[in-house]
Design a protein around this ligand. Structure first.
Ligand SMILES: [Zn+2]
Ligand SMILES: [Zn+2]
Length: 436
């Protein structure tokens, strides 16, 4: 059965994360979004781990969990019995956390690497937590900073349980990733050393898409994963994975990722990479945003402050790539790029904030009538929307599917800006009314 998995998110206990990120809210939000399997996030954080143990129960002893008494249906999808059935299925949780490693390994700079850790069950996660709590500070942030090297972390996890799954997070972001321009490496082997053989996957991050990653032959044998790294409910599933699952266990998901099982990986769901915070190079405070060729012209130096620019993901991919941009590797799988439904609605309504009440009302109406957000964005036949929403919203979904939109790329920590419609179209759209 096709299932949508988002394997890296955060809880309310991580820095700069929404207080709304409780297990109950995450479960409900995933049903609205159409996410079937969600990361718990932050399992190393003591209070969150307590909540996981108290509020979740294991499904058939298989290492996936659901909320206790979670059978109650989320009251949406009244129009369609099949959809209602979907909302009544509790979201499955998989134990997952992100850690920040900061350490010296002989290079000129300190290394700063973020890794995702997935745990096979609560017992194994508890053992890892105990070890980390004795040796490091895991009590000040849901995403703890550990003063240990990447190979040491991998070994520590695997000594506790051979089916921990460890992989580098958002591998291209400049400051905190394995290939980051500021504190990373040029090769996986340089980072993971003798443990490289135990790394089976990597996460693309928002600012890169599969095509960009395909340019590195060194990544061919690893499983490309896309996760939301959400810090709020609204961002859950903004990137995720579609797997074909049969027995809904940790074991099954672990096996698919470890073996890069192309029969089971259906596709990934992607952010438009230009929208990511580090797609281009630049300096936010100096108002400088450069594409890689402009950075080259300026020799990597900011023309305003004369300091080195923050080199973004596109540039860094160019630097490490060993093949051209039109290559599709043999062992690859499809992907789609999406823009979240509330952003499309906000664009169509000419409203700035995706969280405004006007946008929320239209969003809720669409979910109630047609089903989960990811279904609407990817699969809903658009003629069904005729007369049921503003024509501009239906047109927006169509353009997102077709990639017909303009994006001012993000840089130096600022998200890119999406433009689906021209100003004239928006003005015209304001005078249109739904037909029912
Ligand atoms: Zn991170
Ligand atoms: Zn500058």
């Amino acid at each position: 059965m096709k299932q949508i998995l988002d394997l890296h998110i955060h809880s309310k206990y991580s820095r700069a994360c929404s207080g709304q990120l409780t297990l109950e809210n995450i479960d409900a939000a995933c049903r609205v979004k159409g996410i079937d399997v969600i990361a718990t996030g932050d399992f190393t954080y003591p209070q969150w781990f307590e909540a996981i143990k108290n509020e979740l129960e294991e499904i058939n002893g298989g290492g996936l969990y659901q909320r206790r008494n979670a059978i109650s249906c989320v009251p949406i999808g009244e129009q369609d019995k099949n959809l209602n059935a979907k909302y009544c299925v509790p979201t499955k949780f998989i134990l997952s956390t992100e850690v920040a490693l900061i350490y010296k390994d002989g290079g000129p700079h300190a290394r700063r690497i973020h890794l995702v850790i997935m745990a096979p069950n609560i017992e194994a996660a508890g053992k890892l937590n105990n070890y980390l709590d004795k040796n490091f500070n895991i009590r000040s942030d849901g995403r703890p900073i550990l003063g240990m090297s990447a190979p040491d972390l991998v070994k520590t996890c695997l000594d506790i349980h051979p089916q921990f799954l460890i992989y580098p997070a958002h591998i291209w972001t400049p400051w905190f990733s394995v290939f980051g321009s500021k504190s990373g490496f040029d090769k996986m082997e340089e980072c993971f050393r003798e443990q490289t053989k135990n790394i089976y996957a990597y996460e693309t991050g928002l600012s890169s898409d599969p095509e960009m990653n395909w340019r590195l032959s060194a990544l061919d044998n690893l499983t490309l994963l896309s996760n939301s790294d959400a810090h709020s409910l609204a961002n859950l599933g903004r990137e995720c994975n579609v797997f074909d699952l049969n027995d809904f266990s940790y074991q099954e998901i672990y096996g698919i990722i470890k073996n890069k099982d192309l029969k089971k990986i259906v596709k990934t769901i992607e952010f438009y990479p230009e929208e990511g915070m580090y797609h281009y190079d630049g300096h936010l405070t100096c108002g400088i945003s450069f594409m890689p060729s402009e950075t080259k012209k300026h020799k990597g130096i900011c023309p305003v402050c004369k300091k080195p620019l923050t080199i973004g993901v596109l540039n860094r991919v160019e630097e490490l790539a060993d093949r051209p941009s039109d290559i599709i590797p043999k062992k690859s799988y499809p992907f789609v790029k999406l823009v979240e439904l509330d952003k499309i609605i906000a664009e169509a309504l000419g409203v700035k904030s995706r969280s405004s009440t006007k946008v929320k009302a239209e969003y809720d109406k669409l979910i109630k009538n047609f089903g989960p957000e990811l279904f609407i964005l990817m699969d809903l036949p658009l003629d069904k929307l005729a007369g049921r929403t503003l024509p501009l919203i239906a047109e927006g979904i169509k353009r997102v599917r077709e990639g017909k939109l303009a994006i001012k790329p993000g840089f130096d920590g600022q998200y890119g800006e999406i433009k689906i419609f021209t100003t004239a179209e928006k003005l015209q759209g304001k005078t249109q009314k739904p037909l029912f």
